[in-house]
Design a protein around this ligand. Structure first.
Ligand code: PMT
Length: 415
């Protein structure tokens, strides 16, 4: 599968920190994802990891010297930054951060960065006293003003055996920022609320009513919206997935908690996507004590939960895009269209829950996408790709809505 890194030219600047060995793994991952990786190492970086390591992992010769005669024929100090799609500096020491903050072009990496006009992502790694020193903080502030993305280091035990802030950020976080920098920003400026996962409705302290939603679909929607430039707030039921980097997540348990969290964010949102599987009913009475088998009633009285999506449809703001999901076992188009109309939606993603490759808990999904005027059958794909296909449609709708009201329908989009 081609990833967002495939074919992209990534320039990795490695500077002198013990964390350089971790970046060797990142370079290997990027190369396996079919990125074209070039590595520039500072003199002190070469004391921690040999250039041979990075050359072997990237599949390319490592660049080190500003005055390397071979390199200067190619004008490496300009070409490396100019020809990249993205520059990643990791680990970034206090010295390199200071050099870049002051435009000091005294080595190959700092000259290449000055010549670059592409996204620059910096991953500081150093002792926490050095990181928190006003000089470093001021330098980081300057880099941010230049438009560089400076990630916050992690906390914990460092190589110097001190606890604090200064650990190299984790690859899971860094890779999301790299992908965001490489992805067309067609959701830039959009404020997106995504709901994900199941709700749980307690019968007693031990038992609950719920469903098979894993949160995979909703988390994929949140992650891909972030990559496309949106600010994302996730409202999540209980799932065992990590919160994607860069995303603000509110965890809830019950449908009523999900209602409060979602409606509370709805005025802020320009797009709301309700992929959560909300329990339509809850036990009418929650028992404070665990119900004993011997005395348990043989039936449970149910109370109806609020329909959050229907409420959002009633209070929809002008220009806001409301996207629902429908989990169906039969008559997909009919049921989807009924919910689209009844809940006043702009778009609905209908998925079958009778196949092992679609719907609940699967890694893949297949969506029938409906709006007021058209239907589009999307292919079976992994949930991240499906999320991107839904965003493709939503991005066109929201753009055409702000430009020409009334032109947002699927048929119009296809012309
Ligand atoms: O989480 P995964 O394992 O990845 O699975 C993904 C999924 C199958 C949960 C997802 O793709 C999906 O179909 N989500 C919607 C499930 C659902 O509740 O469908 P529904 O047809 O019952 O509800 C229709 C819409 O109304 C949904 O957007 C739902 O969020 C919303 N709803 C439903 C009931 C309710 N009380 N309040 C709601 O807001």
């Amino acid at each position: 599968m081609r990833t967002g890194f495939a074919g992209k030219k990534v320039l990795v600047g490695v500077t002198g920190s013990i964390a350089a060995f971790k970046v060797a793994g990142w370079v290997s991952t990027l190369a396996k994802a079919e990125a074209q990786v070039s590595v520039v190492m500072t003199e002190s970086a070469c004391r921690f990891v040999t250039p041979l390591t990075f050359a072997a992992l990237s599949g390319n010769q490592v660049h080190r010297e500003l005055f390397d005669p071979g390199g200067e024929e190619r004008m490496d100090h300009i070409a490396l930054g100019r020809d990249a799609d993205l520059v990643l500096i990791a680990p970034a020491t206090a010295a390199t951060i200071a050099r870049l903050a002051n435009g000091l072009a005294d080595d190959l990496l700092s000259t290449a960065v000055l010549a670059a006009r592409v996204p620059i992502i910096i991953c500081p790694a150093m002792n926490s006293r050095m990181y928190l020193h006003p000089a470093t903080q001021e330098n980081i502030g300057r880099l941010k003003k230049f438009g560089y993305q400076v990630l916050t280091p992690g906390e914990g035990m460092m190589a110097c055996r001190e606890e604090g802030t200064g650990r190299l950020p984790e690859w899971e976080e860094v890779s999301e920022y790299l992908l965001r920098a490489l992805t067309p920003q067609d959701l830039l400026g959009e404020r997106v609320v995504v709901t994900a996962g199941p709700t749980r409705e307690a019968l007693d302290p031990a038992r609950f009513l719920s469903n098979r939603s894993s949160g995979k679909m909703g988390y994929a929607l949140a992650r891909t919206a972030f990559r496309r430039g949106a600010q994302v707030q996730l409202v999540s039921g209980p799932v065992s997935l990590p919160v994607p980097p860069g995303i603000d997540c509110k965890f809830v348990t019950t449908a009523r908690e999900m209602r409060e969290a979602t409606l509370g964010r709805s005025d802020w949102a320009t797009i709301i996507v309700k992929s959560a599987a909300v329990s339509d009913f809850r036990p009418a009475f929650e028992q404070a004590e665990k119900v004993k088998k011997e005395t348990a009633p043989r039936s449970v009285e149910l109370a109806e939960n609020p329909d959050i999506l229907a409420e959002l449809g009633k209070s929809k703001k002008k220009g806001q895009l409301l996207v629902g999901f429908a989990a169906e076992s039969a008559n997909l188009e009919g049921e989807g269209r009924r919910k689209l109309e009844k809940k006043n939606l702009d778009l609905i993603a209908v998925n079958s829950i009778t196949s092992e490759t679609t719907g609940f808990a699967a890694d893949t999904n297949q969506i029938l996408l409906l709006d007021r005027h058209g239907a589009e059958q999307l292919p079976l794909a992994d949930k991240e790709q499906v999320a991107d296909m839904i965003w493709d449609r939503a991005a066109v709708m929201i753009k055409s809505r702000s430009e020409e009201p009334g032109k947002q329908e699927i048929q119009a989009c296809r012309q």
